[in-house]
Design a protein around this ligand. Structure first.
Ligand code: GRF
Length: 192
């Protein structure tokens, strides 16, 4: 990434609800933000996040995923067209190939609802509750070719209360996610 005075262009990849997308757009509209969300990519036409992108007037593309290679080639073209400096995965339910990661050649980061390296993959909240963990949380990390395994940028924890169910824990953690994702991007961009 080149150092410049302008804001960096980020692309957010989604598959569903898009609450992190919304919070990133909201943050990026602040004057002090080091980045702006210029592109949203979804693999799912029914992703609610696409409605958010449209409402907030962010360019968005839904790309058919049945052929991974095709999907990734189209995405690479778009990242060039929009001069993307950083890709942020936010509830994107597909795994990017190592070829894609290499070809994009700039950072790709992800937000995950657990205290990594604990609970990679799905159903993180129910696993934490089932194991009677005292804490859970959220992690923003660099994406590499292994699932939920790259270098951690920021992590924040939250107490799991006895009365917590999957839904209540999810709500608490989402609140943390919305706070730490912009923070992690800012931290990453400040180091370039
Ligand atoms: C979040 O919990 C994120 O950590 C995980 O998927 C969920 C996406 O939520 N990777 P949203 O679409 O941003 O609301």
């Amino acid at each position: 990434m080149e150092k410049s005075l302008g804001k960096k262009n980020i692309a957010v990849f989604i598959s569903g609800r898009g609450s992190n997308l919304k919070s990133l757009i909201k943050y990026s509209n602040k004057k002090r933000s080091l980045f702006k969300v210029v592109l949203v990519i979804s693999n799912n036409l029914n992703a609610k996040g696409l409605l958010i992108a449209n409402k907030l007037k962010i360019k968005n593309h839904c790309i058919e995923y049945s052929n991974k290679k095709n999907f990734e080639n189209q995405v690479l073209k778009l990242t060039k067209k929009y001069k993307i400096d950083l890709i942020c995965l936010a509830g994107f339910m597909k795994i990017l190939s190592s070829k894609f990661i290499r070809k994009f050649s700039k950072p790709i980061i992800n937000i995950h609802p657990s205290l990594l390296p604990k609970y990679k993959g799905l159903n993180t909240h129910s696993r934490a509750i089932k194991n009677q963990d005292k804490y859970s949380g959220a992690t923003v990390h660099i994406v590499n070719e292994k699932l939920d395994s790259g270098k951690i940028i920021i992590q924040e924890k939250v107490k799991i209360l006895k009365k917590d169910k999957e839904k209540t824990l999810e709500k608490k953690i989402l609140k943390i996610e919305h706070k730490i994702y912009p923070k992690a991007i800012t931290k990453l961009l400040s180091n370039y």
